[in-house]
Design a protein around this ligand. Structure first.
Ligand SMILES: [Mg+2]
Length: 227
């Protein structure tokens, strides 16, 4: 059990931030920055990296690195200014699961599509930020499938030990979380606290599906024993 590594997704998994309020905030920001080329309505955020989302939202303007960095910076600033406590909901069992992992000395970190600063802004509002010392973020690669290798490398440096790929457990709420785990030959626990139902997630064959992370001393203990 001591060689396992758990990587948590943020949105839909640890917490949810009001989708509608986030969409409005981003739309207003893009409007203010004269980025009106793209119709944003059909662009999905779920399970995607911020790098990929903002590339889609910005259209051809995203090809200019300085412009992309400017928009990223404005988004992060606006996010930390605009988010209110009532925008953020911490999912049931999250605090218990983090406490249980800490108590059992199971190393854990983040694997999220958020830009790093955006990730910590959201976590701060949920008072979860102080639990996380490392992670892979959506500023490091546009493709989520590239993030497990980045998190793996950082975990080995942070904990000064090695982990095998199959001992990594990714916990997330979207088919993209399952896909990135499969891509890296890691294990995957899917949670239904995001926008996807059990049926939808089941089609992607995660190793376990949970409706909530409550009672980690049962589900996580059993999963780690057999994993
Ligand atoms: Mg998610």
């Amino acid at each position: 059990m001591q060689h396992k590594l758990i990587l948590f997704d943020i949105d839909g998994t640890l917490l949810s931030v009001s989708h509608q309020k986030m969409r409005s905030m981003i739309a207003a920001l893009l409007q203010e920055l004269d980025l009106n080329e793209v119709d944003h309505t059909g662009i999905s955020f779920a399970g995607r990296t911020d790098k990929a989302i903002f590339s889609d939202l910005m259209g051809s303007a995203a090809q200019h690195t300085t412009r992309f960095e400017e928009v990223k910076h404005r988004y992060i600033t606006e996010l930390s200014r605009a988010v209110q406590p009532d925008w953020v909901e911490v999912h049931a069992g999250v605090n218990e699961t983090i406490a249980w992992c800490t108590e059992q000395q199971i190393p854990f970190g983040l694997l999220t599509g958020n830009f790093e600063d955006a990730a910590f802004t959201k976590l701060r509002h949920a008072d979860l930020h102080h639990h996380f010392s490392f992670g892979a973020f959506g500023c490091e690669h546009a493709d989520r499938n590239a993030l497990p290798a980045i998190a793996h490398q950082k975990a080995e440096a942070a904990f000064n030990r090695t982990f095998s790929q199959e001992d990594i457990i990714i916990i997330g709420d979207t088919p993209n979380d399952v896909a990135c785990a499969r891509h890296y030959k890691a294990q995957c626990i899917a949670v239904t606290t995001g926008p996807f139902s059990e049926n939808e997630l089941n089609q992607h064959r995660p190793d376990l599906i949970l409706h909530s992370m409550e009672k980690p001393e049962k589900w996580l203990h059993d999963f780690l024993r057999t994993a």
